[in-house]
Design a protein around this ligand. Structure first.
Ligand code: BGC
Length: 818
């Protein structure tokens, strides 16, 4: 491709506009004549999911084999930036080998509630941890010449109605909690693309949100890449161009291109803005085409990396009487359906067709342990089975130690659906009690992409949470059980005492048009620490097989220095965490402590190391809503260095000179925001505006109303269709096999019928559907037929105009527009 400006000058308005939407489910458009190739995009965050055959974006149809690494929620527990970069590099290499130009990940949305349906794909409840790990992935992926696409920008923390939900969040919370992780990624790793989210943020769709895309992402953080919409997440094509949204995916046919062309020709869209977006597409082409020839991937080496990563990320939550690690030749019974058929990744667009999958049975077989018995113990679909329970008891009695493999079934963790409970399925809870009664020497191994309640396991001497360990996860778990690898994982999210104790309890997911972020800054450990509320396991927590001591903490304006000593008998790793809070009065409401720095240290027995935890420009800042920017208050800050958010560890005061004067020493503290939920007055004050309506009110349905609103439609036919579809949905869900396609469509707005149709349906056709749904059935259906025929003609004509030789269009700005 020649110089970008030169290339742009040779394209017609229509050709330029058409480069801003996809050619099909995974590819961008090509103009060979201008040297512009199509780019291939593929999920995803923990393994390449390239579909050579029939394409869908929900993980339903097959994809080419690739290494399935542990999911982001798992790797986050390693707190290991180098490991994250290594995985990123491996992902990049696999993508390059499969000729994928843009890898759609990592996902780094903040875990606002443990019920978030995609939490397994996200890193943490804390932006510093999420941002630094995601940045490492991006560095790794892009090091292989493949564009990363950190997602979903922004404030996309619930699955229910994700394409129509409006996240209503105050500015301080928006910047401090929900944008900071993305800021870190952009500033630290310069991603070539960012994926905008499905939802609206404070009333505007993310892909056409100028404040997010132009003011924050590009102007403040210096992002110079392309913003890719989530699949079907683009709304108004012209608004997107104006706001900074670059590529609409997948393919809306040429409908969006025609809209953009029309807007340029009628003067409502400046052609310079169109050219800016096209330059972003061409820059992406240039960056990815600079990739060197890909080398063949060593599948064994990547499997070994996946195994090491899984082992290093497993979190040992309990280990009474040092029951772990297990000695060689220990006779173990493997109980639980996951022992033979591991639960190792989540469902949806991130689903990887793994190159191989190791089970616990395989891994124990290959270890120094002796396999005494294997029993399924429970049915994956949740139904009770007395025979399996009895068999499990027999297996448990005959072994030295039971390895009990439980967790969430596939249906409980899927893109598109939020969880409804933190509890394990009842049949597994029963199994835990029965097995523990039969053999108290039971090690509980949890497979789940997030938090689960483990009340029945309270008496189990050991609990190891392996999260979703990827294709080699079981081998990694056995490495930890046998002590080949030290359990280095530390929780990247708090385990609350119960769902009712979470800051969004009773409000998540929002079933309304808006999702109100009334807990403000009180997310995860920030909320529990501010309320001094008990938790089951704190953020940052995890045990090892050795012990560590911290000493000699000192702080200055550059960072904290602390000495870490391995005081136990084995080599092991610890994660040193620095939490910062205000000491003395403050002009702004503050959280007691926030994670600001961390380091993973691996030491031999008796070894000591001085560790430096550097500050950065985020460490002491707060978002000043009135000034519309970041400020740092002068004065004293307390630094606590410890091993989790509740560890008082060592503390020190550091005096900071900021750009905002400290209040007088005897000034009262700024009033704290309520921990659980701001009331209407407080929320309106935090938003700086009246709280937007939670429902759309009555009236005809529009293109951005969710399709499942047809249950209230005027048309009796539409309501009947809803009842049939809803019955099928419920049936599939209660059978434990949610129909992701159907869920996607029900949650989606009407516009998606055209936006994802590849040109089969125009927006005019969708208008016809709406006329029918809104009660004028025959008139609407008539309009649909007319729009369909007209749409076919328009698409044909657009295809022809797009394919015209580029030189014929040099600097021409007018062309017949339909
Ligand atoms: C998901 C994205 C994914 C895209 C393409 C969407 O439904 O939200 O995370 O990258 O599909 O599969």
């Amino acid at each position: 491709m020649n110089d970008i400006a030169e290339t742009i000058a040779r394209l017609s308005i229509f050709q330029k506009a058409a480069l801003l939407s996809g050619a099909n489910t995974w590819q961008t458009r090509e103009i060979p004549d201008a040297g512009i190739p199509a780019l291939w995009m593929a999920d995803g965050p923990h393994g390449v999911r390239k579909q050579a055959g029939s394409a869908d974006h929900l993980g339903i149809n097959g994809s080419q084999p690739a290494t399935c690494f542990p999911t982001a929620a798992t790797i986050a527990n390693s707190w290991d930036v180098d490991l994250a970069e290594e995985i990123g590099r491996a992902l990049g290499r696999e993508a390059a080998e499969q000729e994928v130009d843009v890898l759609l990940g990592p996902g780094l949305n903040i875990k606002r509630s443990p019920l978030g349906g995609r939490n397994f794909e996200y890193f943490s409840e804390d932006p510093e941890l999420a941002g630094r790990l995601a940045a490492a992935y991006v560095r790794g992926i892009q090091g292989a010449g493949v564009a990363a696409s950190p997602k979903h920008f922004a404030v996309n923390s619930q699955e229910l109605r994700r394409m129509v939900s409006d996240s209503v969040v105050d500015d301080r919370t928006l910047h401090e909690i929900y944008l900071t992780a993305f800021e870190i990624v952009v500033r630290e790793s310069s991603p070539w693309t960012v994926m905008s989210s499905y939802n609206l943020v404070n009333g505007t769709y993310a892909h056409e949100n100028a404040e997010l895309l132009s003011d924050v992402l590009r102007a403040q953080w210096g992002f110079d890449g392309a913003v890719v919409s989530d699949w079907g997440g683009a709304d108004d094509a012209v608004r997107a161009v104006r706001a900074g949204g670059t590529i609409e995916m997948p393919s809306p046919g040429f409908g969006s291109a025609r809209e953009i062309e029309r807007a340029v020709l009628d003067g409502t869209l400046a052609e310079e803005l169109l050219d800016e977006r096209v330059a972003e597409v061409l820059t992406l082409v240039r960056r990815t085409r600079a990739r060197a020839e890909a080398h063949a991937v060593d599948a064994d080496a990547h499997d070994a990396l996946a195994r090491r990563a899984a082992a290093q990320s497993a979190v040992l939550l309990r280990n009474d009487d040092d029951i772990l690690p297990l000695a060689s030749a220990t006779r173990v019974a493997l109980i639980g359906d996951f022992a033979r058929n591991p639960r190792y990744q989540g469902a949806g667009s991130s689903l990887v067709n793994a190159t191989r999958v190791t089970s616990l049975v395989d891994a124990v077989d290959a270890s120094a342990l002796e396999l005494a018995a294997v029993a399924a113990g429970f049915r994956r679909d949740g139904s009770p089975d007395a025979g399996l329970l009895a068999e499990a008891e027999v297996a448990a009695r005959g072994a030295d130690v039971v390895l009990l493999s439980i967790g969430l079934p596939e249906s409980a963790e899927s893109e598109g659906i939020d969880r409804t409970t933190l509890a394990l399925p009842a049949n597994q809870r029963e199994l835990v009690s029965r097995v523990l009664a039969a053999n108290p020497r039971t090690v509980v191994i949890v497979s789940a992409g997030g938090v689960v309640e483990l009340a029945e396991a309270a008496d189990a001497p050991a609990v190891l949470h392996g999260y979703l360990g990827g294709q080699a996860g079981a081998a990694g778990i056995v490495d930890v059980l046998t002590g080949v690898v030290e359990p280095g994982g530390r929780l990247a999210e708090t385990v609350p005492v119960a769902l009712g104790a979470t800051p969004t309890a009773g409000r998540f997911p929002s079933t309304a048009r808006t999702a109100e972020y009334r807990e403000g800054l009180h997310v995860g450990y920030r909320a529990y620490d501010a309320a001094d509320a008990p938790v089951a396991f704190p953020f940052g927590y995890g045990l090892g097989y050795t012990s560590f001591a911290l000493s000699a903490l000192s702080t200055d304006r550059a960072g904290a220095t602390v000495t870490v000593t391995n005081t136990g008998p084995r080599r092991g790793a610890d994660v040193v965490q620095a939490y910062v809070g205000r000491s003395g009065p403050s002009r702004v409401a503050r959280l007691p402590r926030e994670l600001k720095a961390f380091a993973r240290v691996e030491l031999d027995p008796g070894e000591s190391r001085e560790v430096f935890l550097p500050w950065n420009d985020r460490t002491f800042r707060h978002y000043d809503v009135d000034a519309g920017g970041w400020r740092t208050e002068s004065g004293d800050f307390e630094v606590v260095v410890g091993r989790h958010s509740r560890d008082r560890g060592l503390s020190s005061i550091v005096r900071i000179e900021g750009d905002l004067d400290a209040p007088a020493a005897d000034a009262p503290d700024a009033p704290a925001t309520p921990v659980r939920a701001m009331d209407d007055d407080a929320f309106a004050a935090a938003l700086g505006r009246t709280i937007p309506p939670t429902s759309r009110g009555r009236g005809p349905l529009g293109i951005n109303d969710p399709i499942d609103d047809i249950r209230h439609a005027r048309s009796r036919v539409a309501r009947g269709v809803y009842r049939i579809v809803d019955r099928r949905r419920r049936r599939a869900e209660s059978a434990g096999r949610p129909d992701l396609n159907m869920l996607f469509m029900l949650n989606a707005p009407f516009r998606v019928l055209s936006k994802m149709s590849g040109g089969l349906a125009t927006s005019e056709l969708v208008d016809g559907v709406l006329v029918a749904v809104n009660g004028r059935t025959f008139r609407g259906l008539g309009a649909v037929v007319v729009a369909f025929v007209r749409g076919r003609r328009l698409e044909r004509d657009s295809r022809r105009r797009f394919a015209e030789p580029v030189h014929a269009h040099a600097r021409r700005t007018t062309e017949g527009v339909q």
